[in-house]
Design a protein around this ligand. Structure first.
Ligand code: SF4
Length: 325
């Protein structure tokens, strides 16, 4: 916005001028990213390898679809997060740039191609996610289960972390996924209770908690994540961490919200590295087993390291150490 327009809009009344200055300062703050948000530029041989693999296997990645700031770093390390069930989502979250609309028909050949891509990438820890498929009676649970089984069949020593939607709260769908035995069940709360409707639109705080609770009740390692800087207040973060700790969620990720396009919700504030460190300490004090907290942290960012404590002990849900029942 041109500065002249700002003056025109706020007028010359001292009070509105003051509000205008605050508005302008906030606008500048949001346009100019702080230095700790500079991400690596994509490039290098591993990056090219991942790109070719994704294209040749007709796969989608959340790295590309969600404009993830870590794409340069992750792909240069030879890792990517595959997004199954297409690239069109039936939901319209106001923080997410993935296209909303009528998805294509289910591609039953996808699980085999994902399994093969994981083999070629040589991953030891695979993170798979999907768009929400509220158009399907099972929400896509069957494809989820087939993908987990295919990846495990082709890569028997792989740790499989699934970042799933809420399946509209249908327990049968969640159970179809859990029956396929992923190593880590991740479902993101994304934000605090008050902001669920404006941020996630079709999702509910308690329905997401229920997903994590049900997985925990079946003995799975659970993981969730929150974006900070989207309008939440300090006491609301504290309340959310308390709720999740009470449910004995194992792994927590905290990262900075970044506005993908001007049509999406604005960034409310830049959370400093010191504040991220403080929330990490708080999460660990509340009893989370692991917490990754930093501006560029995303659910799948260095996911192998985030979950090492759990995956090192093998199939925790089958009675190993490390989980918080
Ligand atoms: S953080 Fe996750 S989504 Fe982002 S580039 Fe890395 S693997 Fe992809």
């Amino acid at each position: 916005m041109h500065f002249g327009w700002v003056l025109f809009l706020v007028g010359t009344n001292p009070r509105s001028l003051m509000h205008g200055c605050e508005f302008f300062a906030k606008l500048l703050q949001v346009i100019q990213k702080p230095p700790w948000l500079r991400a690596k530029i994509p490039g290098g041989p591993e990056y090219g390898k991942v790109r070719n693999l994704v294209q040749e296997n007709r796969l989608h990645t959340v790295c590309e679809s969600a404009h993830c700031p870590n794409l340069g770093e992750c792909w240069s390390r030879g890792t990517a997060t595959v997004m199954i069930l297409g690239e069109i989502c039936t939901r319209s979250c106001r923080f997410c740039v993935i296209a909303t609309g009528k998805p294509n028909a289910v591609d039953w050949g996808e699980p085999a191609r994902v399994a093969d891509a994981v083999r070629i990438m040589g991953l030891k820890h695979t993170v798979i996610t999907s768009v929400a498929r509220d158009d399907l009676p099972d929400g896509g649970a069957e494809i989820w289960a087939r993908t987990i089984r295919a990846v495990r069949h082709v890569n028997p020593n792989n740790h499989i972390e699934v970042l799933i939607p809420d399946f509209k709260g249908r327990e049968e769908s969640l159970n179809i996924v859990l029956d396929a035995n992923p190593d880590i069940l991740n479902h993101n709360m994304e934000t605090v209770r008050r902001l669920q409707k404006p941020v996630r639109v079709q999702a509910w705080y308690d329905r997401s908690r229920e997903v994590l609770q049900r997985a925990k009740a079946r003995g799975f390692v659970t993981k969730t994540g929150l974006m900070l800087g989207i309008g939440e207040k300090e006491e609301e973060i504290e309340e959310t961490l308390g709720d999740l700790a009470e449910m004995k969620v194992d792994i927590l990720t905290l990262g900075q919200y970044l506005r993908p396009t001007p049509k999406h919700l604005p960034v409310d504030r830049w959370v400093t590295p010191e504040e991220f460190a403080r929330w990490k300490d708080r999460a660990l004090a509340l009893g989370f087993g692991a917490c990754e907290s930093g501006a560029l942290v995303r659910s799948s960012y260095h996911a192998d390291e985030q979950s090492a404590k759990y995956t090192m002990v093998g199939k925790i849900r089958d009675g190993g150490e490390g989980t918080r029942k």
